[in-house]
Design a binder for this molecule. Structure first.
Ligand code: ATP
Ligand code: MG
Length: 371
């Protein structure tokens, strides 16, 4: 049996799979001897926005291109509504695609760009005009219908890309880093617009990004990838709160790491400092302690904690971020505290504790979550 598959499925999982619109089963793809995708299993529900999140080179684009039909898999199946689509060429799949680099035709006006897919499908002129107008309205480009792409901003070009993908009423919307060429403020605006549009249309969407904040803000669920394999699939809150392994904890939300030893119901840090454990942990002995910056705080009086020296403070408005050094081990940690007059100064030594319930433990050898 495939060791990546659970031995039994819960009822909820079984229903999820039954209701899935797009299903990917044991999909693998290699380029020369590099495994870009390694037995990917994924079920996307109807109307769901599922994000593929992971670092550069983890296989996000390759997976999306397999679904679109531009890349052939070496093994595994892709099913839409329960039917295998592997043999269908890209233009038969009726999927809308939006790319990072806009990919608009420079010699066509905005309206002609959007009409392109309809023309290719032989949609009559009158209906074409109606549908193009509706799609342009949806992305707020009605007033620019006759402009050419070189007279558009990046955000406007990407709206053309989105309108062009939506106008064909695709079965599936595939988006590959659609916002990464836009500036930070526009990115946040556009991701909310995409989310709203996607919900209104109820269109099943596979969305690729390497930006964990973008993924968390836009997704129903997200699949975190590393090295061509899915590390965890769940709702953003569940991934952030209960990361399955050290990679996910670090990639989604960021984590501070300290080597530690479990001793009974306590955790011993390198300098001999001891923290109580408030979650049961079966393992004893060496572990990695993972704590998010916002879960570290000054330890008052005799409360359990460990000594750190403040290296530098960065004021971020409502929060201030400190870079500190653990005195005993030299490990550098990030601490995020509410801004205010009582913050420690650069060079000061303070004691830090971990907020209740916020210490996560991971196996040293393979990063698996222990508690
Ligand atoms: N056509 C190709 N030929 C050879 N190697 C390829 C090809 N396409 C992708 N790869 C390799 O497969 C791996 C996955 O690439 P992919 O483009 O899917 O990553 P990605 O997660 O989309 O990364 P990024 O965030 O940088 O876009 C990389 O190591 C890449 O170099
Ligand atoms: Mg990519």
């Amino acid at each position: 049996m495939d060791d990546a598959m659970p031995a039994t499925r819960t009822e909820a999982e079984a229903q999820g799979i039954a209701a899935s619109h797009l299903r990917i089963e044991a999909l693998s793809r290699a380029f020369a001897d590099h495994r870009a995708l390694d037995r990917i299993d994924l079920a996307v529900r109807r109307g769901e926005l599922l994000t593929l999140l992971g670092p550069s080179g983890c296989g996000k684009t390759t997976l999306l291109r397999c679904v679109a039909g531009f890349v052939a898999q070496d093994a595994g199946r892709i099913l839409l509504n329960g039917r295998a689509i592997d043999a269908a060429p890209p233009h038969r799949r009726n999927f809308g695609m939006v790319f990072q680099n806009y990919a608009v035709f420079p010699h066509l006006s905005v309206a002609e760009n959007v009409a392109y897919g309809l023309r290719a499908r032989g949609v009559a002129a009158a209906e074409r005009a109606t549908r193009v107008a509706r799609a342009l309205g949806r992305v707020q480009l009605d007033h620019l219908a006759h402009r050419f792409p070189d007279a558009l901003s990046g955000g406007q070009k990407q709206r053309v890309g989105i309108a062009r993908a939506l106008v064909i009423e695709p079965d599936l919307l595939l988006m590959d880093e659609p916002l990464s060429n836009l500036d930070a403020k526009l990115r946040i605006e556009m991701r909310q617009e995409i989310r709203l549009m996607q919900r209104e249309l109820g269109i099943t969407t596979l969305y690729v990004t390497h930006d964990q904040e973008e993924a968390m803000s836009i997704s129903d669920r997200m699949a975190v990838l590393q090295g061509g394999a899915i590390q965890q699939i769940d709702r953003p809150e569940a991934i952030f709160e209960e990361p399955a392994n050290a990679f996910v904890a670090d990639f989604v939300g960021g984590c501070n790491w300290l080597e530690a030893e479990v001793e009974g119901a306590c955790l011993r840090l390198p300098g001999g400092e001891v923290l109580p454990l408030d979650r049961a942990v079966a393992a004893q002995g060496p572990v990695r302690l993972g704590v998010r910056a916002e879960d570290l705080r000054p330890a008052p009086g005799a409360a359990p904690g460990f000594a750190v020296r403040v290296l530098v403070r960065s004021y971020l408005g409502p929060r201030t971020r400190l870079k500190v050094e653990h005195r005993a081990s030299g490990a550098r940690l990030d601490v995020e505290l509410p801004s205010g007059p009582d913050l420690p100064s650069d060079g000061e030594t303070i004691r830090l504790g971990v907020a209740p319930g916020r210490a996560r433990l991971f196996a040293r050898e393979n990063g698996r979550r222990l508690a």
